[in-house]
Ligand binder design. Structure first.
Ligand code: 1PR
Length: 526
């Protein structure tokens, strides 16, 4: 019997699915007494530290949790659920009481690398723990965080991980343990670790260890553009330069749940669903999409991102839904990150016009509750050639590596909304910078000119955006062969590459892309 502490903002569904898949029985904490009565407790946390601690205090969970921890019964904190065990965090400027089971604090990454630290990274093992039994020391786990532990007592360190410098990625004292990475999102290796926690009665470590693990991998992401076809069925579709119709009909490349499962089994590091008509259909009325997430997360144990229609909305009865309401529903259905497209353009334009953050935008609202790392901005730009730099005053002008159709040397990338249907007077670099300032944690950088062309990623665009921000960038649009993936990682600093068409049409398996990258010396999760 596993008791799960759901404080309301974490993605507990993935952990529940993982425990159930492993044959565990689950009970949810609904009152403080449930904590005291637990035999094994898992505390998954995603989001903002201050928000979490406030909720734990408000629900009167702090004292029972302390008593539980002191009794040395098995406890597993995941991400924020582990950070809560420490005295305090730089992410929290309120003075709420934390659990203080471990002495030490939680500090923000200080590095020139992208923050949040997102992706599959290795572990250096410092203690022999039953928790890690049977776990391949070369394995990588999924991380997504901007803050890391700084324990005062080094004897509690179970593993460290290298991201620019070595930081503490898991801790253990007696039967109380926690990981910064997400085992429930780390595929088979993460499931093994959870299985150890669930099945073993005594988890005490048995002595020191010194095993070096791998470094951060570049991610390969499969993207599923989803919409209803003309018969009303939800299908995965794929267009050329965003035109998804063939002879008038929406192209049907498969069922979303089946395809996501296939890509998980083939080794995709993440799966992204884009509800491409979300701008006109309110997603909370579009229950099939929520169902897709629920069903997918039962069998797919890598991160899931969902985009489309995340914005404030008023329905025909005058009921107002905030973007946060929409995002919360997606998180509860199994999403780990949400992606905002059209609304981000409007928000960025308003922010750039006034220079003021209102605190009310979708980006700010969702980041405040779920953390910056959960907010991805999907950019849909189109290239605009200019005859002279004078034609692009105030825009981020880019020197093109190839001349334009009329031998132009410079261009800029114009933002669009509603899946490319409308253009705005804003360039992609400015949009990315504004969204980072507002609290976005990652950029999904599409390119309408390259989408579906198999002509390769737009390296000029990717370099311009990646060099302007300090959050991770996912390169998207145009992948046509294995070489395109090595090019994007060798010639830009993108953290991940996303593709759709070549995977849907079975032109190139994900594994072939990874083998090719590994042969080129680019670290990938195998
Ligand atoms: O604006 O917040 O409602 O979000 C809508 C989302 O739907 C945005 O993320 C937008 O990019 C996406 N979208 C809207 N219309 C389309 C379309 O194709 N007609 N798809 C669309 C965007 C682009 C990529 C694609 C890559 C890789 N799809 O996700 O998967 O370009 O393709 P490739 O490897 O085949 O070249 P909102």
């Amino acid at each position: 019997m596993i008791t799960l502490l759901d404080y309301g903002a974490g993605n507990v569904r993935s952990v529940m699915n993982a425990v159930e898949k492993l044959g565990g029985t689950l009970k949810l904490v609904t009152r403080p007494e449930d904590i005291l009565g637990a035999e094994k407790l898992i505390f998954p946390g995603v989001g903002n530290y201050g928000n979490m601690i406030q909720i734990l205090n408000r629900k009167n969970y702090i004292d029972p949790l302390r008593q539980y921890l002191e009794s040395d019964r098995p406890f597993f904190g995941i991400c924020l659920g582990m950070q809560a065990l420490f005295d305090d965090s730089e992410e929290d400027n309120s003075n709420h009481e934390s659990l203080g089971f471990f002495k030490g604090r939680v500090a923000r990454f200080k590095t020139d690398l992208a923050v949040p630290h997102i992706g599959w990274n290795g572990i250096n093992i410092k203690q022999k723990s039953p928790l890690l039994e049977g776990v391949d020391p070369d394995a990588r786990f999924y991380f997504v965080h901007s803050y890391h532990l700084v324990p005062e007592d080094p004897s509690v360190i179970l593993t460290t991980t290298t991201y620019d410098y070595e930081f503490v990625s898991s801790v253990q004292k007696g039967n109380v343990m926690g990981t910064q990475f997400h085992p429930e999102k780390s595929g088979k290796v993460g499931m093994k670790l959870l299985e150890n926690f669930i099945s073993k009665d005594d988890l005490h470590s048995t002595g020191p260890a010194d095993i070096q693990g791998k470094h951060l991998a570049k991610r390969v992401i499969a993207c599923l553009d989803v919409r209803s076809n003309d018969d009303g069925d939800l299908v995965v579709t794929k267009g050329d330069q965003y035109d998804v119709r063939d002879k008038g009909n929406v192209r049907n490349l498969g069922q979303p749940v089946d395809l996501a499962k296939r890509y998980y089994e083939e080794g995709a590091d993440e799966i992204t669903f884009l509800n491409i008509t979300g701008f006109r259909d309110f997603p909370l009325k579009d229950m099939p999409m929520l169902k897709v997430l629920e069903e997918t997360s039962k069998n797919v144990f890598v991160p899931l991102t969902i985009g489309g229609g995340i914005r404030d909305y008023t329905d025909s009865n005058g009921r107002v839904y905030s973007a946060l309401d929409v995002a919360s529903q997606y998180f509860r259905s199994g999403a780990d990150k949400i992606s905002i497209g059209s609304d981000a353009v409007d928000v960025a334009q308003a922010y750039l016009a006034t220079g003021e953050k209102t605190g009310e935008s979708a980006i700010e609202q969702i980041a405040r509750v779920y953390g910056n790392q959960a907010v991805v901005i999907s950019i849909d730009p189109k290239r605009v050639w200019v005859d002279s730099p004078e034609d692009a005053k105030g825009l981020h002008l880019i020197q093109s590596s190839e001349p334009g159709p009329e031998n132009q040397s410079h261009c800029w990338y114009q933002c669009t909304v509603q899946g490319g249907r409308q253009t705005r007077d804003l360039d992609a670099v400015a949009l990315a910078m504004a969204c980072e300032a507002l609290g976005a944690g990652e950029i999904l950088l599409n390119c309408i000119d390259r989408d579906g062309t198999n002509a390769g990623f737009d390296l000029d665009l990717i370099n311009a955006v990646r060099n302007a921000v300090s959050i991770p960038v996912i390169a998207s649009s145009g992948a046509g062969c294995e070489d395109h993936f090595s090019q994007v990682f060798e010639k830009t600093n993108a953290e991940a590459a996303l593709a759709a068409g070549i995977f849907h049409r079975k032109e190139i398996p994900i594994q072939a892309v990874k083998t090719h990258l590994a042969q080129r010396g680019i670290g990938v999760r195998q």
